[in-house]
Design a protein. Structure first.
Length: 219
């Protein structure tokens, strides 16, 4: 029964990002589809179909619907590109920051919004630059190991005090890897794991359910 439950949660966590992504994109698409459905665009498309002689009267609705769907899809893509471009402009950055600060103050909604925003920011960031390597070390006591990310392979401030080679490590929490603590460790106490940063993040988010593939077995 434990294996069945573990497999269920593993499958749920694996498919959840895809489902959420598809749901959000479909929701946005339906909004634009609803706006275009009864607009002047529909009238224009109908007139175009009639004058082009693309079909009979009974086929008119089908052709119109197909063209509206295509137009809605293109509109969604262009809108997202425009929003992304606008957010690079200083003024729009200020507006976006203001709206973000406003949303995080709404009771109940703020907790969900903040968590989702942090997770999206984590995956959107260039982790290859900020997280150099996935490491394992004994914490919080001997015999118990934790997984973290090496953010710098040296720390001259700590090395001047300890007279040993030190490194900076970010120790994330589970299941939210965007929070955690910064610790300084001796390089001799750190073990580098041969896994990708993305795989380590999945492992942490899932609470150890989603293990990265064993490359040695595959070879």
């Amino acid at each position: 029964m434990k294996r069945v439950k573990a497999s269920f949660y593993s499958g749920l966590i694996a498919i959840l990002p895809i489902v959420i992504t598809v749901y959000i994109f479909n929701w946005i698409f339906q909004i634009f589809l609803g706006l275009l459905q009864d607009s002047f665009v529909t009238v224009a498309i109908r007139s175009l179909v009639i004058h082009a002689g693309l079909g009979k009267e009974q086929d008119l609705h089908l052709y119109t619907q197909i063209l509206i769907n295509v137009l809605s899809f293109i509109t969604v893509i262009l809108t997202l590109i425009i929003i992304g471009t606008a957010m690079r402009v200083f003024l729009f950055k200020k507006i976006g920051s203001f709206l973000n600060n406003l949303l995080v103050k709404i009771p109940l909604f703020s907790q969900i919004y903040s968590t989702i925003t942090q997770i999206i920011s984590l995956f959107a960031a260039d982790r290859q630059k900020s997280y150099q390597k996935v490491v394992m070390f004994e914490y919080p006591r001997k015999g118990i190991y934790s997984i973290g990310f090496m953010t710098s392979n040296s720390n001259h401030l700590a090395e001047e005090v300890t007279q040993e080679e030190m490194c900076n490590v970010f120790l994330p929490t589970s299941p939210n890897p965007t929070s955690g603590m910064f610790i300084i460790l001796k390089k001799s106490e750190v073990r580098i794991l041969d896994i990708k940063v993305d795989d380590a993040i999945k492992l942490i988010i899932s609470g150890g359910v989603i293990l990265p593939p064993n490359n040695k077995k595959e070879n």
